[in-house]
Write a protein that binds this ligand. Structure first.
Ligand code: URA
Length: 434
């Protein structure tokens, strides 16, 4: 088999055999196939798509590129939550400790920033000392003893996704249902979980911008989960504007801490609790939505979810002082408001473009070797439908370089659309699948 022939076959839109997919992905993971050939195949898949059989073969080879964890002896329900990616989406940071305190075991294997979206690992690494590179044994032990641990793909767990994810991030090959499905589900199946809730984003800041595409992605993810015997539910949630107010790695940790102190914005808490409810109801079928919500609110009110977040960070080597007193963390040296040029109502936010502007500020990567600036990003002040007066601050830019700050300032007027009529706030949770 030659990589060249497989790329060519896919470029004509022909169906690849499981053997061809396995050969290519294993060859790439073991460094026998170079980045440029893998990039070409990814682009061919991106453009021509994959059949269900191809997608399942891709998921299988990615899953089998590393070990699968085994939590069969664990006390309590073993579950996870994963998002298809959005802007300002820090739900994992808030929900993981909430669920761990409520007795769910959460082995969370996450990703880095992808395309215009942020990644849980980059956010966690903005906590000084936080190590996301634990061995499979350390990870397993921490989940059992602490209830939760958050790591990235390793040489032992989904190494194929680790390599492919980094390549897709910089080759504009993310927005593909089979590629996203195989990436997410290989990581999640490898975790050895019993239950999974997926947050499938839809709207201007999501990889799938139309409802129909998001629904197709949700169906595909849920079908793979069920095939592997995992109780899987997906919620389709809104991403027509950033979730919460803070965008950027440390900024999002800061907002997550506020949520765990009970000071989180309503939209972010609504999505967090909706996803949490699904897991709690899977673990205990007798629970109503109301009971599940009360349980989540309870561990925020009594401070135990915040304590769990800090204890987990400490176990990962993170500095607890900045979590107890966020004002001790470094801050971007330049903080400048972008103001509305005229009055009206906020009608639309180009959320994907805002995510890309975050990359210009170094909050994400242009190429896989880039080092992220943990302190840069945005704090957003206006929501869809808000009344705006000329001169109101729409967003504050947090930057460390004057040149990038100036460049972002000139582009922000393309992000915010202000018109004469108000618009309704979009519904946050559109539909449940599975
Ligand atoms: N999250 C992932 O883990 N993979 C994707 O491809 C997209 C979102």
């Amino acid at each position: 088999m030659l990589p060249y022939q497989i790329i060519e076959k896919k470029s004509y839109g022909m169906e690849l055999t499981p053997e061809e997919i396995t050969f290519f992905v294993n060859g790439y993971t073991q460094n026998a196939i170079p980045d440029y050939q893998m990039s070409a195949l990814l682009m061919a898949i991106f453009i021509k798509g994959m059949t269900n059989e191809e997608m399942l073969a891709l998921t299988k080879v990615m899953l089998e590129s590393g070990d699968r964890l085994d939590f069969s002896g664990a006390e309590g329900f073993v579950a996870d939550k994963h998002s298809t990616g959005g802007v300002g989406d820090k739900v994992s940071l808030i929900l993981a400790p909430i669920l761990a305190v409520l007795g769910i075991k959460i082995p969370m294997i996450s990703g880095r920033g992808l395309g215009h979206t942020g990644g849980t690992l980059d956010k966690l690494e903005s906590i000084p000392g936080f190590n996301v590179n634990l061995s499979a044994d350390q990870f397993h032990d921490m989940v059992l003893s602490n209830g939760v641990s958050l790591i990235g793909q390793t040489q032992n767990i989904c190494p194929a996704d680790k390599k492919l994810y980094a390549l897709r991030d910089v080759t504009a090959t993310v927005r593909s249902i089979p590629l996203i499905s195989a990436s997410i589900m290989s990581k999640k199946i490898a975790e050895g979980i019993q239950g999974l809730v997926l947050d499938v984003k839809t709207g201007s800041g999501a990889f799938m911008q139309t409802y129909d595409d998001s629904k197709a992605l949700a169906d595909s993810l849920v079908a793979i989960g069920q095939l592997y015997g995992i109780h899987t539910t997906a919620l389709i949630t809104d991403m027509n504007q950033p979730l919460g107010r803070y965008i950027g790695n440390w900024l999002e940790v800061e907002e997550s801490l506020a949520c765990l102190r009970g000071e989180g914005p309503a939209d972010l808490m609504e999505v967090t609790f909706a996803l949490g409810n699904e897991i709690l109801k899977m673990a205990d079928h007798s629970l109503s939505d109301d009971d599940a919500l009360k349980k989540q609110q309870g561990v925020i009110d009594d401070g135990s979810a915040l304590e769990k977040f800090i204890a987990t960070a400490r176990l990962h080597g993170g500095d607890p002082k900045v979590l107890e007193k966020p004002e001790l963390h470094s801050k971007a040296s330049l903080q400048v408001d972008f103001k509305a040029a005229h009055s009206g109502y906020l009608q639309a936010v180009d959320t994907m473009q805002l995510g890309f502007l975050g990359i210009e500020l170094d909050a994400g990567r242009r190429q896989s070797s880039d080092v992220i600036d943990p302190d840069t990003g945005f704090v957003i002040h206006k929501r869809l439908g808000d009344k705006i007066q000329a001169g109101d601050a729409l967003i504050t830019i947090h930057a460390n370089k004057k040149t990038t700050l100036d460049s972002v300032l000139t582009q922000l007027d393309q992000v915010f659309e202000i018109g004469e009529e108000t618009v309704e706030m979009p519904k946050l949770v559109y539909k449940q699948i599975g």
